[in-house]
Design a protein around this ligand. Sequence first.
Ligand code: GDP
Ligand code: MG
Length: 373
Amino acid sequence: TEPLSIADFSKKIGKPITEIVKYFFAHGVMLNQNAILNESQIGELALEFGFDFKKEEVLTKENIFEQLQVEDNPEDLTPRAPIVTIMGHVDHGKTTLLDSMRNSNVVDGEAGGITQAIGAYQVKNKATNKSITFIDTPGHEAFTEMRSRGANATDIVILIVAADDGVKPQTEEAIDHAKQANVPIIVFVNKTDKPGADPEKVKVELMNYGLVAEEFGGDIPFIFGSAKQKIGLEELQETILLIADVLDLKANAKKFASGVVLEAHLDKAKGPVASILVQAGTLNMRDVLVAGPTFGAIKDIENANGLKITSAGPSKPVVIFGLNSVPNAGDKFLVMNDEKMARSIAEAQAEKQLAAERMTKQSFTLDSIKNHI
Ligand code: GDP
Ligand code: MG
Protein backbone atom coordinates (compact mmCIF):
# COMPACT_ATOMS: atom_id res chain seq x y z
CA THR A 1 0.00 0.00 0.00
CA GLU A 2 0.90 3.64 -0.48
CA PRO A 3 2.71 5.42 2.34
CA LEU A 4 0.36 7.67 4.23
CA SER A 5 1.08 11.26 5.12
CA ILE A 6 -0.61 13.40 7.73
CA ALA A 7 -2.29 15.29 4.90
CA ASP A 8 -3.77 12.03 3.51
CA PHE A 9 -4.95 11.04 6.93
CA SER A 10 -6.56 14.41 7.55
CA LYS A 11 -8.52 14.01 4.33
CA LYS A 12 -9.66 10.52 5.23
CA ILE A 13 -10.97 11.40 8.70
CA GLY A 14 -12.21 14.86 7.85
CA LYS A 15 -10.19 16.68 10.54
CA PRO A 16 -7.92 19.66 9.87
CA ILE A 17 -4.21 18.94 9.43
CA THR A 18 -3.48 21.34 12.29
CA GLU A 19 -5.43 19.19 14.74
CA ILE A 20 -3.30 16.20 13.89
CA VAL A 21 -0.04 18.13 14.01
CA LYS A 22 -1.13 19.64 17.32
CA TYR A 23 -1.91 16.22 18.71
CA PHE A 24 1.65 15.05 18.07
CA PHE A 25 3.12 18.34 19.21
CA ALA A 26 1.21 18.22 22.47
CA HIS A 27 2.95 14.91 23.06
CA GLY A 28 6.39 16.15 22.21
CA VAL A 29 6.63 14.98 18.59
CA MET A 30 7.21 17.45 15.76
CA LEU A 31 5.68 16.36 12.46
CA ASN A 32 4.62 18.39 9.47
CA GLN A 33 1.84 17.59 7.04
CA ASN A 34 4.14 15.59 4.74
CA ALA A 35 5.33 13.30 7.48
CA ILE A 36 4.61 9.66 6.74
CA LEU A 37 2.65 7.93 9.49
CA ASN A 38 3.57 4.49 10.68
CA GLU A 39 0.92 2.00 11.73
CA SER A 40 1.21 2.63 15.42
CA GLN A 41 0.74 6.36 14.83
CA ILE A 42 -2.37 5.55 12.80
CA GLY A 43 -3.59 3.44 15.71
CA GLU A 44 -2.93 6.28 18.12
CA LEU A 45 -4.83 8.76 15.99
CA ALA A 46 -7.74 6.34 15.76
CA LEU A 47 -7.75 6.17 19.55
CA GLU A 48 -7.42 9.94 19.94
CA PHE A 49 -10.10 10.91 17.44
CA GLY A 50 -12.52 8.13 18.31
CA PHE A 51 -12.32 5.96 15.22
CA ASP A 52 -12.10 2.23 15.18
CA PHE A 53 -11.43 -0.70 12.97
CA LYS A 54 -13.67 -2.96 10.92
CA LYS A 55 -14.04 -6.44 12.23
CA GLU A 56 -13.84 -8.59 9.14
CA GLU A 57 -10.09 -8.84 8.87
CA VAL A 58 -7.10 -9.19 11.10
CA LEU A 59 -5.25 -5.90 11.27
CA THR A 60 -1.87 -5.80 9.62
CA LYS A 61 0.70 -3.16 8.87
CA GLU A 62 -0.51 -3.21 5.30
CA ASN A 63 -4.27 -2.96 5.76
CA ILE A 64 -4.56 -0.75 8.84
CA PHE A 65 -5.49 2.30 6.84
CA GLU A 66 -8.22 0.59 4.84
CA GLN A 67 -9.56 -1.06 7.96
CA LEU A 68 -9.91 2.27 9.72
CA GLN A 69 -13.60 2.96 10.15
CA VAL A 70 -14.45 6.63 10.12
CA GLU A 71 -18.20 6.45 9.66
CA ASP A 72 -20.66 3.74 10.58
CA ASN A 73 -22.88 2.21 7.99
CA PRO A 74 -26.40 3.44 9.00
CA GLU A 75 -27.76 -0.11 8.77
CA ASP A 76 -25.30 -1.21 11.44
CA LEU A 77 -26.64 1.23 14.05
CA THR A 78 -28.91 -0.18 16.73
CA PRO A 79 -30.46 1.41 19.86
CA ARG A 80 -28.28 1.59 22.97
CA ALA A 81 -29.01 2.33 26.63
CA PRO A 82 -28.72 5.95 27.79
CA ILE A 83 -25.65 6.81 29.88
CA VAL A 84 -26.57 8.92 32.87
CA THR A 85 -24.39 10.83 35.36
CA ILE A 86 -25.73 11.97 38.74
CA MET A 87 -24.31 15.26 40.05
CA GLY A 88 -25.05 17.46 43.04
CA HIS A 89 -23.83 18.95 46.30
CA VAL A 90 -22.16 16.66 48.83
CA ASP A 91 -24.63 14.85 51.12
CA HIS A 92 -27.60 15.66 48.90
CA GLY A 93 -28.00 11.94 48.19
CA LYS A 94 -26.07 10.87 45.06
CA THR A 95 -24.75 7.65 46.52
CA THR A 96 -28.06 6.79 48.17
CA LEU A 97 -29.90 7.34 44.88
CA LEU A 98 -27.47 5.12 43.00
CA ASP A 99 -27.61 2.42 45.65
CA SER A 100 -31.40 2.47 45.93
CA MET A 101 -31.84 2.10 42.22
CA ARG A 102 -29.25 -0.59 42.05
CA ASN A 103 -30.26 -2.62 45.08
CA SER A 104 -33.92 -2.73 44.12
CA ASN A 105 -32.64 -4.04 40.83
CA VAL A 106 -30.06 -6.62 41.79
CA VAL A 107 -31.57 -10.04 41.29
CA ASP A 108 -31.48 -12.24 44.40
CA GLY A 109 -28.31 -14.29 44.43
CA GLU A 110 -26.38 -11.86 42.26
CA ALA A 111 -23.37 -10.94 44.38
CA GLY A 112 -25.67 -10.33 47.34
CA GLY A 113 -26.55 -6.80 46.29
CA ILE A 114 -23.26 -5.42 47.51
CA THR A 115 -22.30 -2.18 45.84
CA GLN A 116 -18.84 -2.50 44.38
CA ALA A 117 -17.00 0.66 43.57
CA ILE A 118 -16.63 -0.02 39.90
CA GLY A 119 -17.60 3.41 38.66
CA ALA A 120 -20.73 2.44 36.77
CA TYR A 121 -23.59 0.00 36.59
CA GLN A 122 -26.69 -0.75 34.59
CA VAL A 123 -30.27 -1.13 35.79
CA LYS A 124 -33.21 -2.55 33.92
CA ASN A 125 -36.40 -0.55 34.21
CA LYS A 126 -39.09 -2.95 35.39
CA ALA A 127 -41.98 -1.38 33.49
CA THR A 128 -40.30 -1.25 30.09
CA ASN A 129 -37.49 -3.79 30.42
CA LYS A 130 -35.14 -1.15 29.01
CA SER A 131 -31.67 -0.62 30.43
CA ILE A 132 -30.12 2.56 31.83
CA THR A 133 -26.39 2.94 32.50
CA PHE A 134 -25.40 5.06 35.49
CA ILE A 135 -21.93 6.50 35.83
CA ASP A 136 -20.72 7.19 39.32
CA THR A 137 -18.35 10.08 38.60
CA PRO A 138 -15.96 10.61 41.49
CA GLY A 139 -16.46 14.36 41.16
CA HIS A 140 -17.52 17.18 38.89
CA GLU A 141 -13.90 17.82 37.97
CA ALA A 142 -13.46 14.24 36.80
CA PHE A 143 -16.56 14.63 34.66
CA THR A 144 -15.17 17.68 32.88
CA GLU A 145 -11.65 16.25 32.68
CA MET A 146 -13.05 13.22 30.89
CA ARG A 147 -14.95 15.44 28.50
CA SER A 148 -11.93 17.59 27.77
CA ARG A 149 -10.09 14.45 26.76
CA GLY A 150 -12.82 13.73 24.27
CA ALA A 151 -14.55 10.95 26.16
CA ASN A 152 -18.18 11.98 26.06
CA ALA A 153 -19.47 9.38 28.45
CA THR A 154 -22.76 11.06 29.40
CA ASP A 155 -26.04 11.45 27.53
CA ILE A 156 -28.14 12.84 30.40
CA VAL A 157 -27.28 14.54 33.71
CA ILE A 158 -29.38 14.14 36.84
CA LEU A 159 -28.99 17.11 39.14
CA ILE A 160 -29.83 16.08 42.68
CA VAL A 161 -30.83 18.80 45.18
CA ALA A 162 -31.87 18.13 48.78
CA ALA A 163 -35.26 19.68 49.49
CA ASP A 164 -34.21 20.68 53.02
CA ASP A 165 -31.03 22.40 51.89
CA GLY A 166 -31.61 23.95 48.45
CA VAL A 167 -29.00 25.15 45.95
CA LYS A 168 -25.45 24.99 47.33
CA PRO A 169 -21.99 25.79 45.83
CA GLN A 170 -21.49 22.33 44.35
CA THR A 171 -25.04 22.43 42.95
CA GLU A 172 -24.04 25.56 41.02
CA GLU A 173 -20.83 23.87 39.92
CA ALA A 174 -22.76 20.82 38.72
CA ILE A 175 -25.12 23.06 36.72
CA ASP A 176 -22.13 24.72 35.02
CA HIS A 177 -20.55 21.39 34.14
CA ALA A 178 -23.81 19.98 32.80
CA LYS A 179 -24.45 23.07 30.69
CA GLN A 180 -20.93 22.95 29.24
CA ALA A 181 -21.49 19.33 28.31
CA ASN A 182 -24.65 20.42 26.51
CA VAL A 183 -26.69 17.42 27.62
CA PRO A 184 -30.30 17.32 28.88
CA ILE A 185 -30.72 17.85 32.63
CA ILE A 186 -33.30 16.22 34.90
CA VAL A 187 -33.69 17.67 38.41
CA PHE A 188 -34.32 15.19 41.20
CA VAL A 189 -35.43 17.04 44.34
CA ASN A 190 -34.41 14.63 47.09
CA LYS A 191 -35.15 14.19 50.81
CA THR A 192 -38.77 15.28 50.46
CA ASP A 193 -39.48 12.92 53.36
CA LYS A 194 -37.59 15.15 55.79
CA PRO A 195 -39.30 17.62 58.07
CA GLY A 196 -38.75 21.11 56.74
CA ALA A 197 -38.37 19.90 53.15
CA ASP A 198 -39.59 22.49 50.64
CA PRO A 199 -39.33 21.03 47.13
CA GLU A 200 -41.36 23.85 45.53
CA LYS A 201 -38.82 26.34 46.83
CA VAL A 202 -36.00 24.41 45.11
CA LYS A 203 -37.95 24.60 41.86
CA VAL A 204 -38.22 28.38 42.14
CA GLU A 205 -34.59 28.75 43.25
CA LEU A 206 -33.30 26.86 40.20
CA MET A 207 -35.03 29.30 37.86
CA ASN A 208 -32.24 31.74 38.74
CA TYR A 209 -29.82 29.27 37.15
CA GLY A 210 -31.79 28.87 33.96
CA LEU A 211 -33.32 25.54 34.96
CA VAL A 212 -37.00 26.26 34.37
CA ALA A 213 -39.69 23.68 35.08
CA GLU A 214 -42.29 22.84 32.45
CA GLU A 215 -45.11 24.46 34.46
CA PHE A 216 -43.17 27.76 34.40
CA GLY A 217 -42.70 27.61 30.66
CA GLY A 218 -39.34 25.82 30.59
CA ASP A 219 -38.37 22.32 29.56
CA ILE A 220 -36.60 20.89 32.59
CA PRO A 221 -38.28 17.88 34.19
CA PHE A 222 -38.45 18.10 38.00
CA ILE A 223 -39.08 14.99 40.06
CA PHE A 224 -39.80 15.15 43.78
CA GLY A 225 -38.77 12.10 45.76
CA SER A 226 -36.63 10.40 48.33
CA ALA A 227 -33.62 8.28 47.51
CA LYS A 228 -33.72 6.78 50.99
CA GLN A 229 -37.44 5.92 51.02
CA LYS A 230 -37.32 4.89 47.35
CA ILE A 231 -39.91 7.46 46.31
CA GLY A 232 -39.87 8.85 42.77
CA LEU A 233 -37.38 6.35 41.39
CA GLU A 234 -39.81 4.86 38.87
CA GLU A 235 -40.76 8.32 37.66
CA LEU A 236 -37.08 9.22 37.37
CA GLN A 237 -36.36 6.16 35.24
CA GLU A 238 -39.40 6.80 33.04
CA THR A 239 -38.23 10.37 32.47
CA ILE A 240 -34.71 9.19 31.59
CA LEU A 241 -36.12 6.71 29.08
CA LEU A 242 -38.45 9.32 27.55
CA ILE A 243 -35.54 11.67 26.97
CA ALA A 244 -33.41 8.81 25.66
CA ASP A 245 -36.13 8.06 23.09
CA VAL A 246 -35.99 11.63 21.88
CA LEU A 247 -32.18 11.53 21.70
CA ASP A 248 -32.47 8.40 19.55
CA LEU A 249 -29.24 6.95 20.94
CA LYS A 250 -27.61 4.42 18.66
CA ALA A 251 -24.32 2.61 18.26
CA ASN A 252 -22.70 0.07 15.99
CA ALA A 253 -22.35 -3.17 17.93
CA LYS A 254 -20.79 -5.02 15.01
CA LYS A 255 -17.27 -3.64 15.18
CA PHE A 256 -14.30 -3.90 17.53
CA ALA A 257 -15.10 -2.36 20.90
CA SER A 258 -14.01 1.14 21.87
CA GLY A 259 -14.78 3.28 24.89
CA VAL A 260 -13.33 4.78 28.03
CA VAL A 261 -11.67 3.68 31.26
CA LEU A 262 -13.72 4.76 34.31
CA GLU A 263 -11.55 3.45 37.10
CA ALA A 264 -8.56 1.14 37.41
CA HIS A 265 -6.41 -0.32 40.13
CA LEU A 266 -3.92 -3.07 40.85
CA ASP A 267 -5.35 -6.13 42.57
CA LYS A 268 -2.78 -8.21 44.43
CA ALA A 269 -4.22 -11.48 43.20
CA LYS A 270 -5.75 -10.56 39.86
CA GLY A 271 -3.31 -7.96 38.56
CA PRO A 272 -4.52 -4.79 36.80
CA VAL A 273 -8.31 -4.44 36.99
CA ALA A 274 -10.07 -1.84 34.89
CA SER A 275 -13.65 -0.72 35.02
CA ILE A 276 -14.56 0.43 31.53
CA LEU A 277 -17.53 1.66 29.56
CA VAL A 278 -18.01 0.18 26.10
CA GLN A 279 -19.27 3.01 23.89
CA ALA A 280 -19.27 1.30 20.53
CA GLY A 281 -18.68 -2.17 19.17
CA THR A 282 -18.70 -5.42 21.12
CA LEU A 283 -16.02 -6.53 23.51
CA ASN A 284 -15.21 -10.24 23.59
CA MET A 285 -13.09 -12.58 25.65
CA ARG A 286 -9.47 -12.73 24.41
CA ASP A 287 -9.80 -9.45 22.50
CA VAL A 288 -6.52 -7.55 22.42
CA LEU A 289 -6.89 -3.91 23.27
CA VAL A 290 -4.92 -0.79 23.97
CA ALA A 291 -6.09 1.41 26.85
CA GLY A 292 -4.06 4.61 27.15
CA PRO A 293 -0.50 3.54 27.94
CA THR A 294 -1.51 -0.08 28.62
CA PHE A 295 -2.46 -3.09 26.51
CA GLY A 296 -3.38 -6.72 26.89
CA ALA A 297 -5.60 -9.64 25.94
CA ILE A 298 -8.82 -9.90 27.91
CA LYS A 299 -8.73 -12.82 30.32
CA ASP A 300 -12.03 -12.17 32.04
CA ILE A 301 -15.02 -9.87 31.73
CA GLU A 302 -17.36 -9.22 34.65
CA ASN A 303 -20.57 -7.23 34.71
CA ALA A 304 -21.29 -4.58 37.36
CA ASN A 305 -22.66 -7.26 39.68
CA GLY A 306 -19.44 -9.23 39.59
CA LEU A 307 -20.77 -11.98 37.35
CA LYS A 308 -18.55 -13.40 34.62
CA ILE A 309 -19.77 -12.65 31.12
CA THR A 310 -18.27 -13.40 27.71
CA SER A 311 -19.10 -10.26 25.73
CA ALA A 312 -20.31 -6.68 26.21
CA GLY A 313 -21.94 -4.35 23.69
CA PRO A 314 -22.48 -0.56 23.58
CA SER A 315 -23.35 1.30 26.83
CA LYS A 316 -22.26 -1.69 28.94
CA PRO A 317 -20.09 -0.97 31.95
CA VAL A 318 -17.81 -3.93 32.66
CA VAL A 319 -14.70 -4.87 34.57
CA ILE A 320 -11.84 -6.36 32.58
CA PHE A 321 -8.77 -8.36 33.53
CA GLY A 322 -5.65 -8.97 31.46
CA LEU A 323 -4.04 -5.55 30.92
CA ASN A 324 -0.26 -5.38 31.37
CA SER A 325 -0.51 -2.44 33.78
CA VAL A 326 -2.96 0.04 35.28
CA PRO A 327 -4.49 2.64 32.90
CA ASN A 328 -5.78 6.07 34.03
CA ALA A 329 -9.40 7.04 34.52
CA GLY A 330 -10.42 8.82 31.33
CA ASP A 331 -8.05 6.87 29.05
CA LYS A 332 -9.68 5.73 25.86
CA PHE A 333 -9.50 2.10 24.86
CA LEU A 334 -9.72 0.41 21.49
CA VAL A 335 -9.69 -3.24 20.49
CA MET A 336 -7.35 -4.03 17.62
CA ASN A 337 -6.75 -7.74 18.02
CA ASP A 338 -3.11 -7.44 17.16
CA GLU A 339 -0.76 -7.80 20.07
CA LYS A 340 2.29 -6.25 18.41
CA MET A 341 0.35 -3.22 17.28
CA ALA A 342 -1.38 -2.81 20.64
CA ARG A 343 1.95 -3.00 22.41
CA SER A 344 3.62 -0.44 20.20
CA ILE A 345 0.69 1.98 20.52
CA ALA A 346 0.63 1.55 24.30
CA GLU A 347 4.36 2.18 24.48
CA ALA A 348 4.07 5.28 22.30
CA GLN A 349 1.27 6.57 24.52
CA ALA A 350 3.34 5.96 27.63
CA GLU A 351 6.26 7.86 26.13
CA LYS A 352 3.95 10.68 25.13
CA GLN A 353 2.57 10.92 28.63
CA LEU A 354 6.08 11.43 29.91
CA ALA A 355 6.86 13.95 27.18
CA ALA A 356 3.63 15.84 27.91
CA GLU A 357 4.56 16.04 31.57
CA ARG A 358 7.98 17.42 30.68
CA MET A 359 6.40 19.81 28.21
CA THR A 360 4.01 21.40 30.70
CA LYS A 361 7.05 22.14 32.80
CA GLN A 362 8.77 23.91 29.92
CA SER A 363 5.60 25.80 28.95
CA PHE A 364 5.80 26.34 25.22
CA THR A 365 4.07 29.28 23.62
CA LEU A 366 1.35 29.12 20.98
CA ASP A 367 3.70 30.83 18.51
CA SER A 368 6.14 27.98 18.64
CA ILE A 369 3.30 25.63 17.62
CA LYS A 370 2.39 27.83 14.66
CA ASN A 371 5.99 27.87 13.43
CA HIS A 372 5.96 24.13 13.10
CA ILE A 373 2.80 23.79 11.03
P1 GDP B 1 -23.85 12.16 48.55
O1 GDP B 1 -22.74 12.85 49.28
O2 GDP B 1 -24.53 13.10 47.59
O3 GDP B 1 -23.45 10.87 47.90
O4 GDP B 1 -24.98 11.83 49.67
P2 GDP B 1 -25.33 10.45 50.37
O5 GDP B 1 -26.09 9.55 49.46
O6 GDP B 1 -24.12 9.90 51.00
O7 GDP B 1 -26.37 10.95 51.46
C1 GDP B 1 -26.00 11.78 52.55
C2 GDP B 1 -26.92 11.51 53.73
O8 GDP B 1 -28.26 11.84 53.39
C3 GDP B 1 -26.92 10.04 54.15
O9 GDP B 1 -26.96 9.98 55.55
C4 GDP B 1 -28.23 9.52 53.57
O10 GDP B 1 -28.77 8.45 54.31
C5 GDP B 1 -29.13 10.73 53.63
N1 GDP B 1 -30.17 10.71 52.61
C6 GDP B 1 -30.00 10.52 51.27
N2 GDP B 1 -31.20 10.56 50.65
C7 GDP B 1 -32.13 10.79 51.60
C8 GDP B 1 -33.55 10.92 51.55
O11 GDP B 1 -34.21 10.85 50.52
N3 GDP B 1 -34.17 11.16 52.75
C9 GDP B 1 -33.49 11.26 53.92
N4 GDP B 1 -34.19 11.49 55.03
N5 GDP B 1 -32.15 11.12 53.98
C10 GDP B 1 -31.48 10.88 52.84
MG1 MG C 1 -21.53 10.02 47.77
